[in-house]
Design a protein around this ligand. Structure first.
Ligand code: ADP
Ligand code: MG
Length: 621
């Protein structure tokens, strides 16, 4: 059983496998190599991928997009608060965890982000299973380099809910570097800059490739910068324009905003190839049509600061890697937004006219690298992978709070992982009986500007003057970037192992098991639905075939008009029944078919070719 690599993107996902010495990107049932990371609930079924995306303009309350933005975050996270304003669906606050209510088959359901991501992952799993013809459970899932600990863990949980065994996680830019470097492992040492600008996140990574070792030198980026921000700038611009023209505010109308956003995204893509794009929406708001256009130059002006920010991040990453521009051999573009000409131009200028690498498909590089990593990890002889090693880094500094407000760093940003470091702390007042350690992530000196990950307490400290007790706090980051923290009181040998608690956006073990069971139920519901609709289609085809056959006067020489209309009437009766019984069990469709068959047989057997027709219809089943 091969292990697959999944790029679980904010906007699009992609799955790949390493087989017989090469990576294959796996197309989905529609033949697309990218599947929109989108789930939609309708009155009849659950849709995933492109079919779900099509629902967005009409059924936006139940069409969930960009769920990766929510994963591992708390409800009060400023990112969640900002994003909520833009989405057509609602976010609820459940003990500071975001939850999404939807109406599915006339029933209200509430989902955690992990469950929705799990549905996308399951779709990718199914895509791979159809293609490879066997069950797949082992997978490597990619995450943005900038994902924090809670986001990584939540992604892993989503994998679990989807029925996957997550054998590893790999940072997206590192995976892209593997895609680039896999067949360059024999060449001399080279430094590559990976520039990944997708729908919602931006990652820059400097990787040194030396023989079979991929060593990340530095990483930087922004968890809130990507294609959607460019779309939103355009939306804001048109909202203003609409206000000026008609003196009404479209931004209060969720449906209108959503329709406008879909059009803006399309216009943006058009602007990557032409210098002008039209935006036209009938009856956008209060019956008023909207007609406008956007030039490439204006689009670039609207986004100038965001575009410039990407270049500043590149400069920072080089500084962190202690490298000059000239030491970069190749610039690898990843993500749909790197198709924007201005972005390419700014990058080329920054690197003094250097050509950007064009051999790698920006949409597929991440899944490609993930599949290679999966083969590497699973040691599958048949995959014939040339072994390689990944040395990644921690994207953010990690530490604990001291003196009630200061950050004491235990793991510095850009430290190579896996990594383990222990630091010693003490009490601040005499006879302190317990000490609380708050774990933070971030680069600022004051903890109030960093992100609180979790906290733990060591109690039962023996009475002693301040500064005498000793506590060893150990931060241990594994190769997937997941942090384990432990604290130990030297005097009492008392240990505390930190488990990132559920109120920081994590799900508890019990909740995950419940969701695994729930996902299985949906899987069987989906299978049942598919089975029913197949049986329904079969009955419908069967009925129409008989009806068309008997309605043709050429076939009816040997029977009376009465016999003919009896069969036609019966067919019409069955078709009417199908219309009124769309959600009936497979069994009922099958028995209706038998009913029709025995009803028609006496008449059809009088006609030459009549029984042949029934036989050929049976064979089609
Ligand atoms: P993610 O990694 O976030 O899933 P992708 O790498 O698939 O995202 O990129 C999706 C983003 O790329 C979207 O915002 C989309 O609008 C944008 N995009 C796709 N094609 C183009 C294009 N030709 N020009 C500009 N932007 C594009
Ligand atoms: Mg991506």
């Amino acid at each position: 059983m091969p292990a697959i690599g999944i790029d679980l993107g904010t906007t699009n996902s992609c799955v790949a496998v390493f087989r017989k010495g090469q990576v294959e990107i796996i197309p989905n049932e529609q033949g697309d190599r990218l599947t929109p990371s989108c789930v939609s609930f309708t009155s009849e079924e659950r849709l995933i991928g492109d079919a779900a995306k099509q629902e967005a303009p009409i059924n936006f309350e139940n069409t969930l997009i960009q769920i990766k933005r929510l994963i591992g975050r708390t409800y009060d996270d400023p990112v969640v608060q900002e994003d909520m304003k833009l989405w057509g669906f609602v976010i609820l606050n459940d003990g500071n965890k975001p939850k999404i209510p939807v109406v599915q088959c006339y029933e209200r359901k509430v989902y955690y982000p992990e469950q929705i991501s799990a549905m996308v992952l399951e779709e990718m799993k199914k895509t791979a299973e159809n293609y490879l013809g066997e069950e797949i459970t082992d997978a490597v899932i990619t995450v943005p380099a900038y994902f924090n600990d809670a986001q990584r863990r939540a992604t892993k949980d989503a994998g679990k809910i989807a029925g996957l065994n997550v054998i590893g996680m790999i940072n997206e830019p590192t995976a892209a570097a593997v895609a680039y470097g896999l067949d360059r492992m024999n060449e001399s040492e080279r430094n590559v800059l990976i520039f990944d600008l997708g729908g919602g996140t931006f990652d820059v990574t400097v990787v040194k490739i030396q023989e079979s070792i991929f060593e990340v030198q530095a990483t930087g980026g922004d968890t809130h910068l990507g294609g959607e921000d460019f779309d939103n700038r355009m939306v804001d611009h048109f909202v203003e324009e609409f206000k000026r023209q008609h003196d009404v505010d479209v931004s209060v109308d969720r449906r209108a905003l959503n329709r406008l956003r879909v059009q803006c995204e399309a216009a943006k893509r058009k602007l990557s190839v032409s210098t002008q794009a039209k935006v036209q929406i009938d009856s956008l708001h209060e019956g008023i049509d909207f007609r406008s256009s956007m030039s490439r130059a204006r689009f670039e002006t609207l986004n100038q600061d965001l575009f410039t920010k990407t270049i500043e991040t590149v400069a920072q990453a080089l500084e962190d890697a202690k490298m000059s521009k000239d030491e970069i051999e190749d610039i690898v573009l990843v993500g749909g937004s790197t198709r924007i000409p201005k972005i390419r131009e700014l990058l080329e200028n920054f690197f003094r006219g250097k050509d950007l690498c064009r051999t790698i498909n920006p949409d597929e590089a991440v899944a490609y690298g993930a599949a290679a990593h999966a083969a590497n990890l699973s040691n599958d002889e048949s995959s014939l992978i040339k072994e390689f090693q990944l040395h990644d880094v921690a994207p953010l500094s990690l530490g604990v709070e001291v003196g009630g407000c200061d950050m004491s760093v235990i793991v510095r940003r850009n430290t190579n992982i896996p990594f383990k470091n222990t630091k010693n702390y003490t009490t601040s007042v005499d006879n302190q009986s317990s000490v609380l350690f708050k774990v933070f992530e971030g680069e600022r000196a004051a903890t109030k500007n960093n992100t609180l990950l979790d906290s733990f307490e060591i109690d039962g400290i023996l009475p002693a003057p301040r500064g005498i007790p000793h506590f060893d706090v150990c931060f241990d980051i594994d190769a997937n970037g997941i942090l384990n923290v432990s604290g130990r009181d030297r005097a009492t040998e008392k240990c505390q192992q930190i488990i990132i608690s559920s109120d920081r956006g994590r799900l508890s073990k019990e909740e995950i098991s419940r969701m695994v069971a729930e996902a299985e139920r949906y899987r069987s519901e989906d299978a049942l639905w598919k089975e029913q609709s197949e049986a329904r289609n079969m009955l419908e085809n069967y009925t129409y075939a008989i009806k068309h056959y008997i309605e043709n006067p050429e076939n009816c020489g040997d029977i009376t008009v009465k016999e003919q209309s009896k069969v036609v009437d019966k067919c019409n009766e069955i078709l009417g029944w199908i219309d009124n019984n769309k959600n009936t069990l497979k069994k009922s469709f099958e028995s209706k078919k038998e009913e029709l068959k025995s009803f028609c047989l006496p008449v059809l057997s009088k006609i030459s070719g009549g029984t042949d027709l029934l036989e050929s219809l049976e064979k089609k089943d």
